[in-house]
Design a protein around this ligand. Structure first.
Ligand code: M6R
Length: 359
């Protein structure tokens, strides 16, 4: 089923524009409006706080989900790593709503939390790619990703589908509540632009492969930096690079780098900056200058309208709330090519399984 693709990961990266379009279709009703199961939106809207619980890439999608839900529903959101939450539960609000994000729906760390949440009688939902999976069966409600099977260990299309689905959930719940931001947000149109932008980027494979060769072929470590949503994508970018290229990588809040970690920058250390938002982005540029003056080899991924001469990858312009859906594409491809160029097993990296069913 890989067809002409050498690896599932590349096929799954390429599928992302279609996955975005399918997701919108799946959640559009007969009158052309976005629709989510009423039980889910009312549980969210009746809650005083949302708790997102997940692991790995799904946890990274959760951070973007926090931004979307807070912006479009005005409900505060906390994002937690499942394995920590299970044994060190924070103080829970009066009326919590739990969202478990899991591509496989089988992750033991997340299930451990769900078992406790069920014992405590809290409302819950699982956002998963697998209908009938354990987390889907055991939560009260489910939203599906409709991304099609994801085979490569490195998650790509599930991440973008998770963010797309969380945007749909936030928009619909917000509209039900009459939230002004949600009402004004033309999500169907914006996700259409996202799908087009993804298409532009997946067609830049040669440029990105060359950048991987130039910046990542011999390095032992690398940094991704950004602020706000770009920080969340930096964490995901670093995980992707680590797990398939074995380059030690860190995703960092750009402003925090100078508080210690900048000591690791040496002549030639790759530092990749993500810039999709004007004010925060100009500060990230300042941080890139700081590391350049200490010898870093920088690579800049910026959004159309914010680009500067010398930037390496320009992202087509899309809505500021949805930038992770497009900024993640080049970093997925950078990880893919870094792994390929090192002759590693892209789809099945060492020490890892597709779903982690032990705690
Ligand atoms: O199936 P899940 O979404 O629950 O899996 C969570 C993580 O194990 C998963 O995202 C992992 O981090 C991936 N290998 C990342 O590419």
């Amino acid at each position: 089923e890989k067809g002409t693709y050498a690896h599932y990961m590349l096929k799954e990266i390429d599928e992302q524009p279609a996955v975005m379009r399918r997701l919108v279709q799946e959640y559009t009703n007969a009158s052309g409006e976005l629709e989510v199961d009423e039980e889910i939106t009312s549980k969210l809207n009746n809650s005083d706080r949302v708790y997102i619980v997940a692991c790995g890439t799904s946890w990274h999608a959760g951070w973007v989900g926090k931004k979307l839900i807070e912006n479009l529903t005005a409900t505060p959101v906390e994002v937690h790593v499942a394995s920590e939450f299970a044994y060190d539960m924070p103080i829970i609000s009066e009326k919590p709503f739990f969202i478990f994000i899991s591509q496989s729906g089988e992750t033991a760390d997340s299930r451990q939390v769900l078992v406790k949440v069920n014992e405590l009688g809290y409302d819950s939902m699982t956002l998963t790619n697998v209908a009938g999976s354990t987390l889907s069966r055991e939560a009260q409600t489910t939203m599906l990703l409709h991304a099609g099977p994801e085979i490569a260990v490195a998650s790509t299309k599930a991440y973008t589908a998770q963010i797309g689905a969380l945007a749909i959930l936030a928009k619909v719940a917000g509209v039900v509540n009459g939230n002004e931001n949600a009402v004004a947000f033309d999500l169907v149109h914006e996700l259409g632009l996202v799908a087009n932008a993804m298409e532009v980027l997946v067609n830049q494979k040669e440029i990105i492969a060359d950048l991987a060769q130039e910046k990542l072929s011999t390095t032992r470590n690398a940094f991704y930096i950004g602020r706000g949503l770009d920080y969340f994508v930096s964490m995901e970018a670093a995980l992707k690079l680590k797990e398939i290229s074995y380059i030690q990588a860190e995703g960092f809040a750009a402003g925090e780098l100078k508080h210690g970690t900048i000591a690791l920058i040496e002549e030639g250390t790759p530092v990749i900056g993500l810039i999709t938002e004007e004010v925060m982005g100009s500060h990230t540029r300042g941080n890139l200058k700081e590391v350049e003056s200490r010898g870093a080899d920088t690579l800049v991924i910026s959004m159309e309208g914010l680009e500067k001469e010398g930037d390496n990858i320009i992202l087509p312009k899309i809505n500021t709330l949805l930038t992770p859906l497009v900024s993640v594409i080049p970093v997925q491809l950078l990880a893919y090519y870094a792994s390929l160029q090192r002759g590693l097993d892209v789809d099945k990296p060492r020490n890892l399984a597709k779903s982690v069913t032990v705690e």
